[in-house]
Design a protein around this ligand. Sequence first.
Ligand code: ADP
Ligand code: MG
Length: 331
Amino acid sequence: MASEFDLIAQYFTRPTHHTQLGVGDDAALISISPGMELAISADMLVAGTHFFNDADAYKLGWKSLAVNVSDMAAMGANPKWATLAIALPELNPAWLAEFSRGFFACADAFNIDLIGGDTTRGPLTISVQIMGEVPIGQAIKRSNANVGDEIWVSGHCGDAALALAHIQGKLTLPVDALASCAEALHTPQPRVALGLALRQIASSAIDISDGLLADLGHILERSNVGASLMLSRIPHSAYLADKLAGAGHRNEGVANTHDNNILSMLLAGGDDYELCFTAPIEKHAEINSLSEKLALPLSCIGRITANTGLIVHGFNDETLDFKETGFDHFS
Ligand code: ADP
Ligand code: MG
């Protein structure tokens, strides 16, 4: 029977690239580059709450780190180091091999050193802490959106929610839509290159983990402003486009339950890990060029308003009454 130390050596110890002392001592040692400050964040994934018990181990490894990398992206920070605290119900070498392969695939993709952690027996729980660097004073906070700023979002909204609804049998996605939506749900691509470029451009930013309206709501609250969004500008998959076109052509706007479910995926679906950010209107062209350069859709979906509150204008310019603003673990 392998000891905890063998397990750590075999699955969680890899050469580091920018670390003074990594896994193996009582603590790791890192040096921050001159002129930089440290951005630190942690995100925990619990079996049964954040993923299904039979989740693919490789994808879970990827996602555990990716959701943390996404927080660095949302701050405009360059992710560099991570720690991993993991509780495992049993010592399953095949599972551990796949989990660590997924975790290090994400670490390699973003040049992150795993520098330590903790390993214990218990209900499957994965807690990652991430650290990154950002030039002093240049972090993109939630609290700096200004009246008149445009509101932007990267990629698509609602893809991960669509995949989840498919898995739960609430709808059936066509094969090609399922492939891209399942990728958004299980192996999200954190928008690091975008976050770094936005240091010079964005007034505020957040990553969309709990749904567009809920997460934009955090920016509004912290910045003490409101927002006006255009439903027709919110970027989504071709599958949702079909469904929404049906809803939009009805004179009464979006009224029935089916349409509301579709809307709720678009506006309140969690787990997308796209960035929502605000920027002065003068930056509009620069953001469009950035979108081309990164080959990543960036959509202007509305404006920051002085009236606090969040208004979504529907296809017929009606104001949507939209109560479900996100997934709240405690509601
Ligand atoms: P300690 O008893 O000093 O807390 P541990 O036995 O928990 O040390 O861990 C030994 C070393 O292995 C430490 O450097 C720790 O950071 C590292 N470590 C433990 N678990 C993990 C893990 N899951 N991933 C990466 N490093 C780990
Ligand atoms: Mg320990």
